[in-house]
Design a protein around this ligand. Sequence first.
Ligand code: HOZ
Length: 429
Amino acid sequence: MLYQRSSALFEEAQKVIPGGVNSPVRAFKAVGGTPIFVTHAKGAYLYDVDGNKLLDYINSWGPMILGHAYPKVLAAVISKAEKGTSFGMPTEIETEIAALAVSMVPGIEKIRFVNSGTEACMSAIRLARGFTGRDKFIKFAGCYHGHSDSFLIQAGSGAVTFGAPNSPGVTKGTAKDTLLARYNDLDQVREMISQNEGEIAAIIIEPVAGNMGCIPPSSGFLEGLRTLCDEYGILLIFDEVMTGFRLAKGGAQEYYGVPADIVTFGKIIGGGLPVGAFAARKEIMNYLAPEGPVYQAGTLSGNPLAMAAGLAMLSELDQQPSIYHSINHKTEYLHNGLESVFLKKGIPVHINRVGSMISVHFTEKNVIDFETAAMAAQGASFNRFFHGMLNNGIYLPPSAYESWFICDALTITDIDRTIDSCEQVVKRW
Ligand code: HOZ
């Protein structure tokens, strides 16, 4: 495949945009080569400026559960846009989508819309601190909760892809209140809590980690966190930016049957438009301004176009729960197909999968936390695999530290082609 026009556009972009991109992972620095400039997308496919057609396994990093340019989502956005694009005043549709989200997600009674997952997580921590009157929180190495200062401590996703999990610009004062634990290590969390008793406001976690590849919680881990939080008066925050409305209507809380105190959402709740949200029971949410003392605000929060897209997609998921069976089945089919290709060739891989999230780790060991994910990401295997697949028109996340996301527009024929492509790539391994 040729990427001449993408190359030229990348050159131009670098003159006026740092690194030529507006989010680091897109730059292909981790895998090498030229980032691909997209013109449009439909269903499971992306179309680029060089006329290439690519099968998409990132789906805008998660939100395109139904595929790109889904007709009902498009129609909702277009008809809203004709009536004005932003008012900074309340609109009826905000209550409609809030009520729908509250009906779909267990344990939440009120929800506040913001503009991104970063904002949602940052606000959730502030709310937890305000509610408990405590300053510290626990996060897990390799989990990524957006780029607000206190989360950029051993962060996953782009931060670790480029070897900067602790960003300059985060002050020591800020960093001291972020306690760092190993994913899937309940004993360490227990110890940390006892060393900081009465000081920890919250534990924030991606219930399925998706920013160090896909890593499932080990059996009993989420339940154990719940118990510890109850015991010590700590709020449990599930960052469901990737898992919310994707693993199940009610996200990871429903999928694992473990309730959180605060849940955060991102791109998915806006159907792919710039939206985030955080939600909890009334007792907690009523701490938020203007009802309570914890401040949070934004002109574009609850933006009508974003709410229209989110409402259209959530309604579709609510009315057609068979979608979950379908995307999970497709992901399992992909998992089995890829695994048998690698196995036949004797290439050591561990494929992690939960629902419609999946990632291939080139390693003999189970990938259960940041350390094992980082070990698997070393070496050239992922990059070779990425470029081999790309040459065959299959677009995977351009980093070993990112989960792949399956959309329902993907067909079994598409997946068979993906597995065939994998077979061709490993033939030349
Ligand atoms: N860090 C995001 C995924 N985990 C990537 C965002 C983007 O480049 O769009």
